[in-house]
Design a protein around this ligand. Sequence first.
Ligand code: ADQ
Length: 468
Amino acid sequence: MSRLIVVSNRVPPPADKGASAGGLAVALQAALRDRGGLWLGWSGETAATEAESEEIKTRVEGNITFSLVDLTKRDQEEYYSGFANRALWPLLHYRLDLADFDRRDTTGYFRVNAFFARILAAQIQPDDVIWVQDYHLIPLAAELRARGITNKIGFFLHIPWPPADVFFAMPWHRRLLEAFTSYDLVGFQIDYDAENFVNCLVREGLGRETSRGTFKAGEREFKIGAFPIGIETAEFTSVAVEAEHNALVKRMAVSLNNRKLIIGVDRLDYSKGIDQRMLAYERFLENTPSAHGKVTYLQVTPKSRSDVPEYAEMQREIAETAGRINGAFSDIDWVPIRYINRTVKRTTLAGLFRMADIGLVTPLRDGMNLVAKEFVAAQKPEDPGVLVLSRFAGAARELDGAVLVNPYDMESTGGAIAGAIEMPLEERIARWRSMYDQLTRYDVNYWCESFLKALETQHNVPAFGSQN
Ligand code: ADQ
């Protein structure tokens, strides 16, 4: 089996088994463990000078070598905080209102990608298979090709791909689309994203689909497919079972005092719809006085990207909404929302999911959403909780047992919460069972294997949406 090289913006810290936020880390470590290889990315540290950023820090864990580089402050600002997080992230989440298209940031983005390519090109062996992760690194393959690299290179986008008219608002959309044509395989979370992407290429006149999932752009032919990411289902389930003995989880159970538990767990991000979710919960409280004092909504939200102004503002807004709702509905012995602003260990999280009656996962737009899958994996088979899931999360295409909601419609999302609380046991079990079967079959190993197989072999990519 050829060696696998993974390139991603961030590389997980030593011995991180996913204790901190980030679905990507958990998924990829599993793939690299199986095959052995190299993981290259940014250390998260700032280098004082450009010369310093040239120093590669290497760490070996079992059969995986981690190669980390620092970025200069300017690189970090332009490539990461700027172009990746203030232009691409909002754009690909359909938020043109929040997108900031800055020429300097764009130059920085392409410059840092060229830098990564230079560092990587020196370490590539002839048989290596390269797998590039996510929107930070779109131009990487083109930069590697320019340095004579002919290895197989795949790209997976963890976040959504919007319709052409949204993407074309990006002034440099053509340059980005052209960059994609240097890959051998471009993977998306769901068929809808892949179709939007193909449509962008066609409308921009960059080539044509020769057969379903194969695109010809000039002399190059490459594959495009949907590969819905999964979780380590069986492992997460056993972590959740174990976590019943966790001290913090027990404390939570005692403090609940037989109230129903509704749980929301997200990075603090506008795509996750946290404010709208709280407003939907408020509608539920308004419309269901009998629930007062009998439910607790726990929202666990670690801060992220605080250096991006939109995030700081959103953090204030959500805290205000939570405070206002608590002020209006609390009693001396009951607080309707418990809002926690930090990361929680993965084990604790699994235990909290298992204890919860409802998982509220209501992003306005999400590539997949692993929290939805983790919530399902953590449930008790004989008494499972209900997943209330946004129809705009990629996960909604797979998890057919969820109660699907439109997160912009607070009234009906509030109604869905009420319905979920009342749902009979039999229905809960039936819904959970079909979701759990799906997650067991299509776990993270399936995701890795099917992507790498499509990258390495002549086989056609799986038909879009073939899992449904
Ligand atoms: P994210 O936007 O980060 O990922 P998600 O898929 O939900 O979103 O993954 C988050 C991960 O972080 C989960 O494993 C979750 O358990 C963990 N996490 C979240 N909040 C936490 C908290 N408070 N404490 C501890 N852990 C927490 C991006 C895309 C998604 C896509 C993934 C993977 O935006 O759509 O599903 O990549 O492809």
